[in-house]
Design a binder for this molecule. Structure first.
Ligand code: PMP
Length: 384
């Protein structure tokens, strides 16, 4: 069999298993077409005999594999009213640090290096609910920086342990402090940056290189992978970087694309969107999304609607994703998917709803996939 035949066979095999009879063809999946840089290297393209040496030379460093994630069809979880409705999930958990935050940290580091804010051997400080912290710690390790991460006790033990595994110093804020408290994880990072000359503050909440990272990568990938057929983009927000950057790119391509913020019940974004009023946040369990203040990166001008989601809906959707589609993802991916499904089920005409599977479920084995923890929080397993 020639190498060309091998490639074709692989292409149709991937196509077949994903059930892509929707006209998107092979072009939608990272594995089948070498989309982006993720799978271009090594021996995956069937040309290794003729071009073995040059392919070998193309093998990259781990940080170069950020982005170009595959997209998967998760319509099986929805029950649309009309034919031709698709729900697609962007597999951001397949980034090297297992979340979409690798994209923004790479952009922020690249920019800070170019402008001289980040110098060889320097120290980076970042406030994070966990994923940005892991991405900062990972990239700092690879690029020779020291990393100091501040987070809150809400951060899962798996995320805390992985930040330390990359060699970063982790500082935990006291329990129960509000975001405006001087000892909140966000304010602690700002204080450290002020008090230590030369430290670079990632400041993901206000640094516009965060949404720009998504504008430059996540948006274009979604546009290309759906061959421009995306009609709705659904994402939760914390810094607002994902929805703002991706939404701006997609609306620039087609102003009819609707951007919908999935917001945990208890976050202040929903009420702010409805009435421009700032309210007091309430407790919720989903990590990494929702907020008690409005970050500088969040641009409500991009957002067409907000769907509120409960902890139970988020976590039970995670269980469904794992047990129906083999996708073991974090709570915010469950939240996004629940909102995307509601939207898809209400559509009156064909549409392509794209959402973000933000991070890996392994980061939450002690919570989202732990029956004892779920019971303690009065949440039953969504599917058995
Ligand atoms: N999901 C998870 C798991 C996250 O860590 C984050 C970021 N804190 C988000 C969603 C929200 O992304 P953004 O900050 O871009 O709004």
């Amino acid at each position: 069999m020639s190498h060309k035949q091998v490639s074709q066979k692989n292409g149709s095999l991937v196509n077949g298993t994903n059930g892509h009879s929707n006209g998107y063809g092979n072009g939608t999946n990272g594995l089948s077409n070498g989309y982006g840089n993720r799978y271009k290297n090594g021996f995956t393209d069937g040309h290794h005999v003729e071009h073995g040496h040059s392919d070998f030379m193309k093998i990259q460093r781990y940080q170069d594999l950020i982005g170009s994630t595959p997209m998967v069809d998760i319509t099986s979880l929805a029950n649309p009213k009309v034919p031709g409705v698709k729900v697609l999930g962007k597999c951001e958990f397949l980034n090297p640090g297992f979340s979409m935050k690798d994209r923004i940290v790479k952009n922020i580091f690249d920019k800070a290096e170019q402008t001289g804010l980040l110098k060889p051997g320097g120290t980076v400080v970042a406030a994070s609910s966990g994923n940005t912290g892991a991405a900062v710690a990972m990239l700092a390790a690879m690029r020779g920086y020291n990393a100091v991460i501040t987070t809150s006790p809400k951060c899962s033990e798996e995320k805390v342990a992985s930040i330390k595994a990359y060699g970063a110093k982790l500082i935990m804020s006291p329990p129960g402090v509000s975001e405006d408290h001087p000892e909140s994880y966000m304010n602690m990072a700002k204080k450290l940056a002020r008090e230590n000359e030369g430290w670079f503050d990632v400041n993901q909440y206000d640094n516009l290189d965060n949404p720009e990272g998504h504008y430059r990568t996540l948006g274009p990938e979604i546009w290309e992978q759906t061959v421009g057929r995306v009609t709705h983009f659904v994402a939760g927000g914390s810094t607002g970087g994902t929805i703002t950057g991706t939404g701006k790119f997609l609306k620039g391509k087609n102003s009819n694309i609707q951007c919908v913020l999935a917001d945990p019940m208890g976050s202040i974004f929903h009420e702010y969107f409805m009435s421009q009023k700032l309210t007091k946040p309430k407790k919720f369990l989903v990590e990494g999304v929702g907020k008690g203040s409005i970050p500088g990166c969040m641009d409500f001008g991009v957002i067409d609607d907000v769907i509120q989601v409960t902890d139970k809906q988020s976590f039970q959707t995670c269980h469904q994703l794992a047990r129906k589609e083999g996708l073991m993802v974090g709570g915010s991916a469950g939240l996004n998917t629940w909102a995307a499904i509601q939207l898809a089920n209400q559509l009156e005409e064909p549409g392509v709803v794209v959402t973000v599977l933000c991070d890996l479920g392994v980061k939450y084995l002690s919570k989202v996939y732990n029956e004892t923890w779920l019971q303690e929080n009065n949440i039953s397993y969504g599917i058995n």
